[in-house]
Write a protein that binds this ligand. Structure first.
Ligand SMILES: Cc1cc2nc3c(=O)[nH]c(=O)nc-3n(C[C@H](O)[C@H](O)[C@H](O)COP(=O)(O)OP(=O)(O)OC[C@H]3O[C@@H](n4cnc5c(N)ncnc54)[C@H](O)[C@@H]3O)c2cc1C
Length: 378
């Protein structure tokens, strides 16, 4: 298949690009053809991953079927892994297929775990990102071990928001099997305090909930290796672990650095507030793999989601030769962590902290409403 010079090529089916697809599906632009290059057929929604692991959501409820979405929105789907950009020829380079020509391109490929500081993590650890491969390995390793009661000691390495939710999810999954098998110990380990980015009130709620679920906490402990049966700390202590989930630092894919695009300090694509890559008129970059230099924020799905409508409008404006809109991401945002027992903990900015069933109801409602936009006919 060859692309016409008028193609807008979306690289990666991340949280921002799926919204561009629905926007153009609802209101096509004459002459503009959308192409999505994705390395997987189904895009997982991370907000529902812990709930899925806890047994609260079915797999299909947390996955976006990209082929169905492409068909419903008139997008051409190319199943391939992008490996580079040829900026001069305006081509996306792909693994195992011919390059894809673009008139405009946009990159939304997320981030991948940086396991460089943890020896053996590649071999013996279960890294949470990319979520697609995590789920496949989870099914193979964790699923059987949990269900057959072979799990004794689980270490969750990384005590940020994702690590905390994973620990709660596992505890819930194990509780559901408690009748059939002896309980396993879960230890949440991190080099700093638990979710250091949240306010003190939220962290107090998290500490209490971890205690309530019997999840052990090791704060201020850096893991440097994963071995058979244990994780090893920087002070050479061995913490028992027959299964190790890793949710530590992440970094943008290295191929972005070979494109010639300007990068920010963390290796993500540096962009202007218009979401255009710095110095480019034909390449956008969004989500976790990009940084708006004027408004740098931490990496979170909420920012990728908010960029969706802006990117859709700016692609349309760029196509028409109109002036682009400037995006200023919010500084404070609502974080909700599920605890897997019908409750959740919420925090926002320096002061808001809440915990309870109503908070879980709110998170469930937000996540289901978001997913419904991509699972029904456009
Ligand atoms: C357990 C967990 C829970 C989380 N919960 C929340 C939450 O509640 N709220 C929140 O704000 N954030 C949350 N996050 C963070 C959130 O997952 C990310 O910030 C969000 O996914 C970023 O979206 P994105 O569009 O940048 O990339 P992604 O969602 O990672 O999407 C990138 C897509 O690009 C594809 N791709 C990658 N490389 C290529 C390639 N070379 N070629 C083609 N396709 C490619 C991938 O397969 C993927 O489909 C959570 C993270 C985890 C791990």
């Amino acid at each position: 298949m060859t692309q016409a010079p008028g193609d807008v090529v979306l690289i990666g089916g991340g949280h921002t690009h799926i919204q561009v697809m629905t926007a153009f599906g609802r209101r096509p632009e004459p002459g503009l053809r959308l192409v999505l290059i994705s390395d997987q057929t189904h895009a997982p929604y991370s907000g529902m991953l812990p709930g899925h692991l806890a047994g609260l959501y079915r797999r299909d409820e947390m996955l976006i079927d990209l082929a169905a979405l492409a068909e419903a929105t008139g997008t051409t789907l190319i199943l391939a892994r992008a490996t580079g950009l040829d900026l001069a020829r305006r081509q996306v380079l792909c693994d195992g297929r011919a390059p894809v020509d673009y008139h405009l391109a946009s990159i939304d490929v997320g981030i991948i775990p940086d396991l460089s500081g943890i020896a053996g993590a590649d071999r013996d650890g279960l890294a949470v990102k990319p979520i697609g491969s995590f789920l496949a390995r989870c099914d193979a390793i964790l699923g059987a071990a949990v269900d057959e009661g072979r799990l004794r000691d689980v270490a969750v390495v990384g005590n940020g928001a994702a690590g905390v939710e994973l620990a709660f999810a596992l505890a819930a999954r194990l509780r559901a099997r408690a009748q059939a098998s002896p309980p396993a110990r879960i230890t949440l380990i991190g080099s700093g305090p638990v979710v250091a980015t949240l306010n003190a009130g939220v962290r107090r709620h998290i500490h209490r909930a971890l205690d309530r679920h019997g999840i052990a906490r090791r704060d201020g402990v850096r893991i440097v290796a994963v071995e058979a049966g244990a994780v090893v700390t920087a002070t050479n202590e061995r913490i028992a672990a027959d299964t190790v989930l890793i949710s530590t630092r992440a970094r943008p894919p290295r191929w972005l650095g070979e494109t010639g695009l300007e990068l920010s300090q963390d290796g993500s694509v540096a962009t202007a507030p218009t979401l255009l890559a710095m110095g480019r008129e034909d390449v956008f970059a969004v989500g976790d793999c990009a940084t708006i230099l004027e408004h740098s924020r931490e990496k979170a799905g909420v920012f990728a989601v908010r960029q969706g409508p802006v990117l859709a409008r700016n692609i349309r404006r760029r196509w028409r030769g109109e002036e682009l809109e400037r995006h200023r991401p919010q500084t404070a945002y609502l974080v909700i962590l599920m605890t897997g027992d019908g409750r959740a903990i919420a925090g926002r900015g320096a002061w808001l902290a809440a915990e309870g069933r109503l908070v879980w109801w709110l998170k469930d409602w937000i996540d289901r409403r978001f997913m419904a936009r991509f699972q029904t006919a456009i």
